[in-house]
Ligand binder design. Structure first.
Ligand SMILES: [Mg+2]
Length: 372
């Protein structure tokens, strides 16, 4: 665990391997130094904050480096990283989401200058310390406010996630995501961003959730998997007064709701910088009631609820333009991504029991990866 601040970059100067690198480091420094807006801000204590842990590979684009590691091995990988230490990584799939979290924080700090109820982004990586310098340079270059930086050195991040009261963990490694979910931590796997990514708001954070096996347990998903959509609709209609159990992302929706109420309390309901969406295959007429009654019983709400009755989710998400969409089925994650939405996979519940070709490929790729 190390703390990162703007001063952290200076370490880069001492270890710059040659004069050329130093010269370009100085350029980077000049670029990111003047009046960095985050300079005087303090990180909230983890127990007060909404902690979002992101891996370096979802926050930044490290594809090229990952390829070098896979093709040429660790030594070449580290050599390349050190040689390119002053070159910031480009944005990864979670980047616009993290930027939106920071926009919400700015609004919260204006309204509640003393409050620590803010998003706190922790960068989780099992990279070598040499790569850490490049990550710090990148954080400063993009003017991200990330003070907590966890270099796990190849160990499982689960212990750190717990210690930081993590409210959401995003990683490119499905094994780590599963491990986190098993420990009751909300988590999702992210993939390379879609080629033509839908433009997202810079001032309003938008988060879209699937219902079954994401906000809710997978108890109804089981009916759907075993008997199909029509039987599922019937079953849900018959059980509309039986509340659903909670699913892995319920707590994160709850955290968002808690922050939304802080804006409502200041008369900013219409202008709230957080907006949430339920995007479910349930149909309003038959199976929607049970979902809405369950949410209400939890004291939760989404700003919008879309009941698609089995229609594809991609076109609707294209209109919503969320920073992130969570679903337990790869089919919907892929459908959303094809139409430009950044979608994250929640490997939870009965849907995972079917063999999923794409996921297996991702698995094999990630289990050998150095840069998480
Ligand atoms: Mg589902």
């Amino acid at each position: 665990m190390m703390s990162v601040n703007n001063g952290g970059m200076r370490t880069g100067q001492d270890t710059a391997p040659n004069g050329t690198a130093r010269a370009s480091w100085e350029r980077t420094n000049t670029m990111s130094n003047p009046s960095t807006p985050t300079k005087h801000l303090k990180s909230p204590k983890p127990q007060n904050a909404i902690t979002i842990a992101v891996s370096s590979r979802v926050l930044f684009n490290m594809d090229k480096e990952q390829q070098i590691y896979e093709q040429k091995g660790m030594e070449e990988y580290l050599k390349y990283q050190i040689e390119h230490e002053t070159e910031p990584f480009g944005p990864g799939p979670a980047f616009p989401f993290v930027k939106a979290l920071e926009a919400v924080n700015t609004r919260l700090r204006e309204l509640y200058p003393e409050s620590e109820e803010l998003f706190d982004v922790v960068l989780m990586t099992n990279n070598h310390a040499h790569v850490g310098l490049r990550l710090i340079n990148t954080i400063n270059h993009h003017r991200l406010f990330i003070e907590r930086f966890c270099m796990t050195g190849g160990n499982s991040p689960i212990g750190y996630l717990k210690a930081y009261h993590t409210n959401l963990y995003l990683s490119a490694d499905p094994m780590k995501v599963r491990e986190a979910l098993e420990e009751g931590i909300a988590a999702a796997t992210m993939f390379n961003p879609p080629e033509k990514r839908t433009e997202v708001s810079e001032t309003q954070l938008r988060v879209a959730f699937d219902g079954d096996a994401v906000l809710f347990s997978d108890e109804s998903e089981r009916i759907y998997k075993a008997h199909g959509l029509d039987k599922f609709f019937e079953h849900e209609k018959a059980h509309e007064n039986t509340l659903l159990d909670h699913g892995p992302l319920k707590g994160f929706l709850e955290s968002l709701g808690k922050l939304q109420k802080k804006f409502y309390a200041k008369g900013q309901r219409m202008d709230c910088p957080i907006r949430t969406y339920l995007v479910t295959a349930r149909s309003a007429a038959s199976s929607g009631t049970r979902a809405l009654k369950t949410l209400r019983s939890w004291g939760l709400d989404t700003d919008e609820a879309l009941f698609l009755a089995g229609a594809p989710k991609g076109p609707m998400l294209e209109k919503i333009r969320p920073h992130i969409f969570f679903d337990d089925q790869m089919f919907h994650v892929e459908g959303a991504a094809e139409l430009g939405t950044v979608a994250a996979h929640v490997p939870y519940g009965v849907a995972q029991k079917r063999p999923q070709k794409k996921l297996a490929v991702e698995n094999a790729k990630d289990s050998s990866a150095a840069a998480k």
